[in-house]
Every structure is written in structure tokens, then in C-alpha cells.
Design a protein around this ligand. Sequence first.
Ligand SMILES: [Zn+2]
Length: 171
Amino acid sequence: MKALIVVDMLNDFILKDGALYSGEQSEEIVGFINAKIKEFREQGNQILFLCDNHEVDDKEFDMFPPHCIAGEHGSKIIDNIDVVDTDKIIKKRRYSGFFGTDLDLYLREKNIKEINLVGVCTNICVLYTAADARNIGYTVNIYRDGVATTDEAAHEFALKEAENTLGCNII
Ligand SMILES: [Zn+2]
């Protein structure tokens, strides 16, 4: 089995009035992500959602405006992403979905060795999740049309870094 990991498609990042709006590029990938969710689900593969979920006084807010506060509207997955009960939702407090979560344990218990990443932001949570995954031996594919960030140069740099330095496949 392989996994599709949907990163941070949350109200605060994707909605125009969200606390940390990731730009129109982030809205434009929703259709692609839903198509991938459908494809993976039909093939019997696992869908996971990584969801930023912060304390009200989280240390990350030294760098970013407060966003994705636990329990608040901003921390919820956007309405037009297709989530079902068998999907796995993992809350995280840092960029990497592996930091302080049971993501690795969950994947290992399901014998999943290949992960496929979509979501935001290419150069932040996608990149650092990819880095941790590569460090512990996962095959990592990143869908170029399924990831986005506010800054086009950062987007391209992150994909290059993922491919050339981390050994991810950009597909
Ligand atoms: Zn955050």
C-alpha cells in the first residue's frame, strides 16, 4: 500500500480571509488534490491529512501571525476537500508531519513505504515533511501540480532541493 498525504489544506491557509492565506496558487490546486484523493481511494490506498494545529501562544507565532489555533475554524480542513471516516487525520505543531506525531508509527504499522505529497506550502511543511521522510527511508513523490506556496521562486527552489538534495521524485 502507498499513501497520499495532504498537507495543511486548512481554512487559515486556503481561504482568502484566512490568518495565513497562501495565495491563489493554493486555491488552484484543490481540484488536482481531489482528483488524486479519488484515484488513491479507488486503488485502496491510504489518505492522510496533516493539519497544522497550534496552541494559542505557540512558539511558531514568534515568526508567523497566529494561525490554525486548536479547535478554531481556521484549523479545520477546507469544506471542498473530500474527507471520509477511513482517512487518517494527524495534527501537528511544527512544519514536519513527523515531528511529535504518530505519522511514522502509523505508516509503519500499515507497511506503507511510499508517500505521495500534495498541499501547502511547498517550501515549508511539504519540504520539511519530505526531508524527515527521506531521512528515515521512505520513497517520497511530490506532485508538482499538487503543491503551492505564495512565492514562485521559493516553490521552484523547494522542488529542486527536494529532488537534488533529498532524493524525492517530483512527478
Ligand atoms: Zn503553523
